[in-house]
Write a protein that binds this ligand. Structure first.
Ligand code: 6PG
Length: 476
């Protein structure tokens, strides 16, 4: 065969990736379970470039030049395994299977090992940017072997988004590293979205502002430090009017957030690695709370609010406080997400360059933002930076907003506006900077009821106090 890359699974993401390859001059083998979809892609988009359609998987594989590069773009889970099982017997050593779906990284680790045993490369690849990104340039996060990246990397870099001419694609690390980083990207996406939603709720509640008015605030914020795709999207949806009712669109959208699972995986992994990703966790739980219909029905109108009435003499100052609180909370969420990447990298032996991750998130993906440049610079200054928040740039950026952040979180509590992400981010900030945390008391309690032992501030060793006896201290 002569095709340089193949795509199997031609639903909207696969279709757009195939078109993107073709537009970059690659000959693209295309395949789909139902052939009609393959035919319609070729018929509708011939002008994009050269497609080689196949009806059977065997013909599809045969149409590819070796080493073959096959992008699998089907639903995560069992459908992905089914396609891999069908592909593997048709491939030869050195061929590369790319899973570009939102796979869970432990599945990717398992699949990579299984294919490696057969002499094949398996490249679990995060792809972010939705339909639009897939077609015009996504952010791409490939895992797998360095060897596979040598031949596959240039093709992926070619179709990726570019920022200042730099591709938003790099080799992330072995086996599951690419899908892991995509998972954390999505977790951060959840945190960003929740923080924006809390800011919106505060402006709505505090100022009684309408959705289009708040949209204008976000549009203005998008010209400063907060400049990002999600802020831009927010301004657009807030400005949109519902055709059926003539009301602001967001006012007629039901307030129960859904999810496909990547946020949940991120939180599960954070618990497993013991990394406090509280911003992502609160964002994920906030979605769960919004969808807890029976609980909300039981509480509505029953649980007393006992709030103060808002009194905001200077709306401009309030808006600026909310903006600063949003920025500071966002830095916390990213700092936590990058801690999780560092912990996973150490745990799974991935050696991930965090600065490079921020670099490939600058364009194409859902969390793309001006601010990511600053993160890359922070990790360039110190590749082993233990805490992003403690990088001098971010310390100064947050310091500028700490007082505002405290005012916003206090006001939210006083006025009954739920701000789990704002509040927990501030609590994290105060926790991580604390001279002394009350964990001393936790340790004392644990030792009291379970003889779990403690360490002392004044000398080395492990100790236990005989609480039920004479309360003498024993060295353990
Ligand atoms: C992206 C998005 C993409 C998708 C999420 C949405 O990077 O392009 O993150 O992966 O939009 O799966 O996630 P939820 O459905 O869980 O909100």
């Amino acid at each position: 065969g002569t095709a340089q890359i193949g795509v199997t699974g031609l639903a909207v993401m696969g279709r757009n990736l195939a078109r993107n390859f073709a537009r970059h001059g690659y000959t693209v083998a295309v395949h789909n379970r139902t052939y009609a979809r393959t035919q319609s892609l070729v018929a509708d988009h011939a002008s994009d470039g050269t497609f080689v359609p196949s009806e059977s998987m065997a013909d599809f594989v045969a149409s590819l030049a070796r080493p073959r590069k096959v992008v699998v773009m089907v639903q995560a889970g069992a459908p992905t395994d089914a396609v891999i099982d069908e592909l593997v017997p048709l491939l030869e050593p050195g061929d590369i299977v790319v899973d570009a779906g939102n796979a869970h990284f432990p599945d990717t680790i398992r699949r990579e090992a299984a294919l490696r045993d057969k002499g094949l490369h398996f490249v679990g690849t995060g792809v972010s940017g939705g339909e639009e990104g897939a077609l015009n340039g996504p952010s791409i996060m490939p895992g797998g072997t360095t060897e596979s990246y040598e031949s596959l990397g240039p093709i992926l870099e070619a179709i990726s988004a570019k920022v200042d001419g730099v591709p938003c694609c790099t080799h992330v690390g072995p086996d599951g590293a690419g899908h892991f980083v995509k998972m954390v990207h999505n977790g951060i996406e959840y945190a960003d979205m929740q923080l924006i939603a809390e800011a919106y709720d505060l402006l709505r509640s505090g100022l009684g502002a309408s959705a289009p008015e708040i949209g204008e605030v976000f549009a203005a914020w998008n010209t400063g430090d907060l400049e990002s795709f999600l802020i831009e999207v927010t301004a657009e949806v807030l400005a949109h009017t519902d055709a059926a009712t003539g009301r602001p669109f967001v006012d007629v959208v039901a307030d129960a957030a859904e999810q496909k699972g990547t946020g949940r995986w991120t939180v599960q992994n954070g618990l497993e690695l013991g990394v406090p990703i509280t911003g992502i966790a609160e964002a994920t739980f906030a979605r769960a709370l919004s969808g807890s219909a029976p609980q909300r029905a039981a509480a509505r109108g029953v649980l007393p609010a006992d709030t103060l009435a808002w009194n905001i003499p200077d709306p401009g100052a309030f808006m600026e406080d909310v903006r600063l609180a949003l920025y500071a909370s966002k830095v916390v969420a990213y700092s936590q997400g990058f801690d999780q990447i560092a912990a996973a990298s150490a745990q799974y032996g991935w050696d991930i360059d965090r600065g490079a991750m921020a670099r490939i998130w600058r364009g194409g993906c859902i969390i793309r933002a001006k601010f990511l440049d600053r993160i890359t610079q922070a990790y360039e200054r110190d590749p082993n930076l233990p805490l992003l928040l403690a990088d001098p740039y971010f310390t100064a950026a947050v310091a500028n907003g700490v007082a505002a952040w405290r005012r916003v979180v206090s006001a939210a509590a006083a006025h009954g506006v739920p701000t789990p992400a704002f509040s927990s981010s501030l609590a994290y900030y105060d926790g991580v900077r604390a001279e002394r945390l009350p964990a001393n008391l936790i340790q004392a309690q644990r030792d009291f009821f379970g003889a779990h032992t403690y360490r002392r501030t004044d000398r080395d060793g492990t100790f236990h106090t005989d609480w039920s006896g004479d309360r003498a201290e024993q060295t353990w």
